[in-house]
Design a protein around this ligand. Structure first.
Ligand code: PLP
Length: 407
């Protein structure tokens, strides 16, 4: 059967592929430690499940408004105003099938063939295919380990041209776990503000998972709250990461600029794609937003402890170089000192991909190779610590032994 050129050359998500492989090996009886999935191991709060049950019982099973019910859009707008300082109305909000679909729609709505989108890398591996499917090209603003994985205003500025349509910033960052300070974020945002027309896409999906215990400067800041950028920022967020609701597929975009043109464009597009999230999930999402402050604070505490543990354990592996994660639930060690060596079972390790594959086959630990996170990410693997401290200790111990046995 014919497949379009566009999709024929599309790579599937490497993180989802590793997660699926780890599940298959587990089903075969292998004791695999999964550091692959970007998914909290907590259960969704009971109050949220209850709200979904009640909505189902009350018959919320018909089509709902495409961008979300008025109650849900208002709940999101209220959170964005009070929590993020972004001036917006319910009509500026579009609720999407996860933040992933919000990002996809934004690229479809913003990018024309020939347009450039600047992405600070290492970056979430879905931005590039989203830009390319829209006909644009990605310009990587590389911020490697030696820069603490942080872009500087000078480097960002050097990436902007008259073809730049959008700049994507993501703090805390997947895959590096690095969170900018508000001052650093403001300085980067000002570079976009000074460009004549570029839109800032601020992906804040991990904003509730920041660890000042590790980096006292790290804190959440929404560039959409800056008067200079209020008209030109689209802010992404959702419930997957901070409320342990990955499988619910609930995200959103808020775009107050231009008299609501972006929200209207996304809604038109969405009306031809998903028609919005399931109706009975809308009241559950309202409940989740109400409960978020206390629930995500509880999870944040646990993640902070894990972040400290991971930084310490990975820091003790002689062949690894690590930036301690100050947000999200990822560490992104440089493993290039392992290249050119052979694994205990004789496999050649010459790339992040061969490292990850051999580690999984020989030591039953799943990590994601850095390649798809950007050019500057090639010598790295992503380790997700969204699992118990016991699993972290066991998994990192296996990694340390395996890496120690490379020869
Ligand atoms: N943005 C970033 C940076 C992510 O890491 C992810 C998920 O991994 C998403 C957006 C999408 O999250 P979801 O579609 O589950 O809401």
């Amino acid at each position: 059967m014919k497949i379009s050129t566009r999709v024929g050359s599309l790579r599937g998500s490497a993180t989802l592929a590793v997660t699926a492989r780890a599940k298959t090996l587990r089903a075969e009886g292998r004791d695999v430690i999964g550091f692959g999935a970007g998914e909290p191991d907590f259960d969704t709060p009971a109050s949220v499940k209850q709200a979904a049950w009640e909505a189902l019982r009350e018959g919320a099973t018909k089509y709902a408004p495409t961008p979300g019910t008025p109650a849900l859009r208002e709940a999101v707008a209220d959170r964005m105003r009070t929590h993020n300082g972004i001036e917006c109305a319910a009509s500026d909000v579009v609720v999407t099938v996860g933040a992933k679909h919000a990002a996809f729609e934004i690229m479809q709505c913003l990018v024309d063939p020939g347009d450039e989108v600047v992405v600070v890398t290492p970056a979430w591996l879905s931005y590039r295919p989203m830009v390319e499917l829209a006909g644009g090209s990605v310009v990587e603003c590389a911020a490697g380990l030696d820069q603490g994985f942080k872009a500087t205003p000078e480097r960002l500025k050097a990436c902007l041209t008259e073809r730049t349509t959008a700049v994507v910033l993501n703090s805390p960052c997947n895959p590096t776990g690095v969170a900018y300070s508000p001052e650093e974020m403001k300085a980067l945002a000002m570079v976009v503000a000074e460009h004549r027309s570029a839109v800032l896409v601020s992906d804040e999906i991990y904003e509730d998972l920041i660890y000042p215990e590790i980096d006292p400067e790290a804190a959440s800041f929404s560039p959409g709250s800056m008067p200079e950028l209020a008209e030109r920022t689209v802010t992404l967020n959702g419930l997957s990461k901070s409320m342990a609701m990955t499988g619910w597929r609930i995200g959103w975009a808020v775009a107050p600029g231009g008299g609501g043109v972006m929200a209207k464009a996304m809604t038109r597009l969405q009306s031809q794609m998903t028609s919005g999230i399931p109706t009975f999930l809308m009241p559950a999402a309202v409940r989740a937003i109400a409960d978020q402050p206390s629930e995500s604070a509880r999870m944040r505490e646990v993640f902070a402890g894990r972040a400290r543990l991971v930084a310490q354990l990975l820091g003790d592996i002689p062949r690894f170089r690590v930036v301690p994660p100050s947000g999200a639930f990822y560490a992104f060690p440089d493993i290039s000192a392992c290249f050119g060596l052979r694994s205990p079972k004789g496999r050649e390790v010459d790339s992040a991909g061969s490292f990850a594959e051999a580690l999984l086959e020989e030591s039953d630990v799943a990590v994601v190779a850095g390649d798809d996170f950007g050019e500057v990410a090639r010598d790295h693997v992503r380790i997700s610590f969204a699992c118990s401290e016991e699993q972290i200790r066991t998994g990192v111990d296996r990694i340390a032994r395996w890496v120690g046995a490379l020869h």
